[in-house]
Design a binder for this molecule. Structure first.
Ligand SMILES: NC(=O)C1=CN([C@@H]2O[C@H](COP(=O)(O)OP(=O)(O)OC[C@H]3O[C@@H](n4cnc5c(N)ncnc54)[C@H](O)[C@@H]3O)[C@@H](O)[C@H]2O)C=CC1
Ligand SMILES: Nc1nc(O)c(N)c(N[C@@H]2O[C@H](COP(=O)(O)O)[C@@H](O)[C@H]2O)n1
Length: 231
């Protein structure tokens, strides 16, 4: 069993998540920032790949005091469980995600991760080992479900999102599309990785909502599953 998995990203009009140097870009404005904070507060866990941690050093905390208070009133920590998908255990021990704000952290590593890295990370996070060379995502989602995670937000980046989509593990995709062109064939996009080759493999989406927001649009897509595996 796995949680309901939804992806949320901001992309430029040409579909880029950041520059080709992986520099973080302010794509959306304050209204979208508030929306993202709300959906984060409504999630049991929030997940990113190690590429995002190394590029952006995000804290992924809930920012609004009222939203934090709402979580506390429901008996939850102020912040959802923060999860890093990090095969080799490269998350810096000083990373904001491990140090800012309260709440549980999980670093998901693969079997080949250096034992010293694992030991160090255990001081700040629960370390879950799945897979051999890279993290086994279905097994990780199963482990998160067993820990009570029912709603999982994925913030990126493109490599992790591609793997989740390829393995049919995503239920919903929310994209804010902002009013700029970033360009660059090597700039990260929503789904990087190797990509599908044949039309029968493409992942079908149903458009659930379109909303004009500030100078961009927010699209909500529901993923058409090959086979449903959530309960
Ligand atoms: N605009 C936005 O909303 C967001 C933009 N970003 C941008 O995305 C970029 C980072 O994206 P990426 O470099 O693609 O890194 P990523 O954040 O997708 O992490 C990918 C890494 O995760 C690890 N991993 C372990 N097991 C894996 C598995 N089974 N499948 C896939 N990955 C696995 C690998 O080391 C892999 O290189 C940054 O430039 C960041 O600014 C990131 C989040 C949101
Ligand atoms: N939703 C959204 N809109 C933008 O305009 C963005 N630049 C991003 N970027 C990602 O959000 C994360 C920031 O997290 P914290 O504020 O540190 O909690 C970071 O990973 C950016 O890549 N997202």
């Amino acid at each position: 069993m796995r949680p309901y998995v939804f992806v949320n990203v901001a992309m430029s009009a040409d579909g880029k998540l950041s520059t080709r140097e992986r520099r973080q870009v302010k794509i959306s404005g304050s209204i979208d920032f508030r929306r993202v904070d709300q959906i984060k507060a409504g999630s049991d866990a929030i997940m990113v790949g190690i590429g995002t941690v190394l590029a952006d050093d995000p804290s992924l905390t809930v920012k609004d005091p009222e939203l934090k208070a709402g979580r506390a009133a429901r008996g939850e920590d102020e912040n959802p469980i923060r999860v890093v998908v990090d095969s080799r255990g490269r998350t810096p021990i000083e990373a904001a995600i491990l140090n800012k704000g309260s709440g549980q952290r999980i670093v998901a590593v693969a079997g080949e991760a250096d034992e010293k890295n694992r030991e160090l990370l255990r001081e700040k996070a629960d370390v879950i080992t799945t897979g051999t060379e890279s993290v086994d995502l279905p097994a990780l989602l199963d482990a998160l479900h067993a820990r009570g995670v029912r709603r999982l937000m994925v913030e990126g980046g493109g490599t992790l999102i591609w793997s989740l989509i390829k393995e049919d593990l995503v239920d919903e995709i929310q994209t804010f599309i902002g009013n700029m062109v970033i360009g660059g064939k090597d700039a990260p996009t929503l789904a990087d990785g190797e990509g599908f080759l044949a039309a029968q493999d493409f992942v079908g989406l149903d458009l659930a909502d379109v909303l004009r927001m500030e100078e961009g649009i927010l699209l909500t897509w529901k993923v058409r599953h090959q086979q449903r595996s959530i309960l």
